[in-house]
Ligand binder design. Structure first.
Ligand SMILES: NC(=O)c1ccc[n+]([C@@H]2O[C@H](COP(=O)([O-])OP(=O)(O)OC[C@H]3O[C@@H](n4cnc5c(N)ncnc54)[C@H](O)[C@@H]3O)[C@@H](O)[C@H]2O)c1
Ligand SMILES: O=C/C=C/C=C(\O)C(=O)O
Length: 479
């Protein structure tokens, strides 16, 4: 049984407590590794080593730091097969998705911020009798806390800009999917990353996660996860006047207009709804369809959803794997039961379905589609984070916009129309941080990424991330 280790001061170390948690493969329900339960002592070691490393790391040139990130990116590419297999085993996601999306994106994150930091500049303002210029300084020791759905993808999305801009990092992956972060720490050792620059602590949110956030030496927290956890982190950080970047939950609307390209829309929305078993914060969950094409859309959508293959994530042709844990499967099933109680009609999902062999005990669920759910009901308002979507009708642009904005969340939306003027009009008024027109999850790493309302605070990506991880200082010189 593999014993996952923490990565502290450049070394792989067991936790002081000697206590471990099981790492379960959700496709088989088998335990395949043990996860360290880190405590305050491990945190102290990590912080001491990060503080010690800061002077030298922040004193390197941007190019020198970028070279380390590029080396790590290269090693991620070289180890793509092993990392993809680990990601699939830990999350239950199709291996094909891990190979083509998760792991390549982790390498791109490192590469992107290696390039970005060499292009990062600050402002200057020339006046009549003076010139002002800004310096951008790294913050010191910062924390990066990430969730279980896109483990290495989101872990590196935070670590890369933090390191590139000269900070030292205490990082905590999700205790549900820690394995690729562990492999990543081995890659950092191989890349020769100076000791203490990055420290990875494993363990649970309420224990080591909370200890990291409570620690006053942590100058900023970059967090991706649930809205309730984000709120706790904001509450703890507020009295410290500490910077926080919070990427939280979503309940993402899709607006399907009668003038859309129906084939592309159906295909796009099947992907937007059920990729990664619907366990992506950006997945479509409330699909609003213009009345005149409702029945046509519904018939085609259901046909395609029924054709999705759910099963062993290691079989390349399967579209969906297992949900991440038995607790999460239970949560999603409870929402399905609730949707029925709330008056929803199930259009597909309950088909008898039993996997054999290794996957018999796995946490699999077919994609579920409901219609006729009241707009305000819990299943239309709360984040389910699984393969469940709801179809509703609208008439005209105005109503579409009201329905889309009827949510406490504001992460991502999709608009399906061939009328470009309409896309611009709605794009400007819809209350989400990200708007995709006739596409979904088309990502350009230079763009600001994040949510409005209860979906978060701040933006990641491109210069936004580099600004978050640095503090500006203005210097004024009078002639
Ligand atoms: N907006 C985005 O970019 C984005 C991306 C992915 C996931 N998410 C959201 O994440 C959620 C699913 O992920 P999850 O269940 O892992 O979320 P979560 O909030 O339970 O956990 C996220 C991370 O925070 C840690 N954590 C938990 N409690 C903590 C505490 N009190 N203090 C410090 N750290 C703590 C966890 O150990 C984990 O590493 C969904 O709501 C999803 O929408 C958002
Ligand atoms: O589940 C959430 C997905 C987040 C995606 C990103 O942060 C990204 O693509 O940069």
């Amino acid at each position: 049984m593999e014993m996952i280790a923490n990565y502290i001061n450049g070394e792989l170390k067991p936790p002081h407590s000697s206590d471990y948690l099981d790492d379960v493969n959700p496709a088989t329900a088998e335990i395949f590794a043990k996860i360290p339960l880190s405590d305050e002592e491990d945190l102290q070691d990590a912080i001491t080593s990060a503080e010690k490393a800061f002077k030298e790391w922040s004193g390197l040139s941007a190019k020198e730091r970028a070279d380390y990130l590029m080396k790590i990116a290269e090693l991620i590419q070289e180890n793509l097969e092993e990392l993809a297999m680990a990601e699939s085993m830990d999350t239950g996601k199709p291996i094909q998705l891990a190979k083509t999306v998760d792991i390549p994106r982790a390498a791109s994150n490192m590469e992107f911020f290696a390039h970005a930091i060499t292009q990062f500049s600050s402002e200057s303002h020339a006046g009549k009798d003076s010139i002002n210029y800004s310096l951008r300084k790294p913050l010191g020791v910062v924390a990066c806390i990430s969730p279980w759905n896109l483990p290495l993808y989101l872990f590196t999305w935070k670590i890369a800009p933090a390191l590139a801009s000269g900070n030292c990092v205490i990082a905590k992956p999700s205790e549900i999917t820690p394995y690729t972060a562990y492999l990543f720490s081995k890659i950092c050792v191989e890349a020769g990353l100076p000791k203490g620059v990055l420290n990875i602590l494993h363990g649970t949110g309420p224990e080591i996660g909370n200890a990291i956030v409570q620690n006053k030496k942590i100058k900023a927290v970059s967090f991706t996860g649930g809205t309730a956890t984000g709120r706790k982190i904001a509450e703890i950080s507020a009295p410290m006047f500490r910077k926080v970047s919070l990427e939280l939950g979503g309940k993402n609307p899709a607006l399907v207009f009668a003038d859309c390209d129906l084939d592309k829309t159906v295909e796009g929305l099947v992907r937007a709804s059920f990729t990664n078993q619907g366990e992506i914060c950006l997945c479509a969950s409330r699909i609003y369809i213009e009345d005149s094409i409702y029945e046509d859309f519904k018939a085609r959508f259901i046909d395609k959803v029924k054709a999705l293959k759910v099963g062993d994530p290691l079989i390349q042709s399967n579209n969906m794997g297992a949900l991440v844990s038995s607790q999460h499967l239970e949560k999603v099933k409870n929402y399905i039961a609730l949707a029925k109680e709330e008056g929803g009609q199930l259009l597909c999902g309950d088909e008898a379905f039993e996997l054999e062999g290794n996957n018999k005990q796995g946490y699999f669920l077919r994609p579920h589609v409901f219609e006729n759910l009241p707009i305000q009901c819990r299943t239309n308002q709360e984040e389910i984070f699984g393969p469940v979507v709801s179809l509703s009708r609208f008439e005209g642009e105005e109503e579409a916009l009201v329905l889309a904005n009827e949510s406490e969340y504001g992460l991502a939306s999709t608009i399906w129309t061939t009328d470009l003027s309409r896309a611009h009009r709605i794009g400007a008024q819809i209350e989400t941080g990200i708007v995709w027109v006739n596409c979904w999850m088309n990502r350009d790493l230079r763009t600001p990424f994040g949510g409005m309302k209860n979906s978060g605070l701040g933006r990641e990506g491109g210069l936004e991330a580099l600004r978050f991880f640095t503090e500006p200082k203005n210097i004024c010189i009078q002639f």
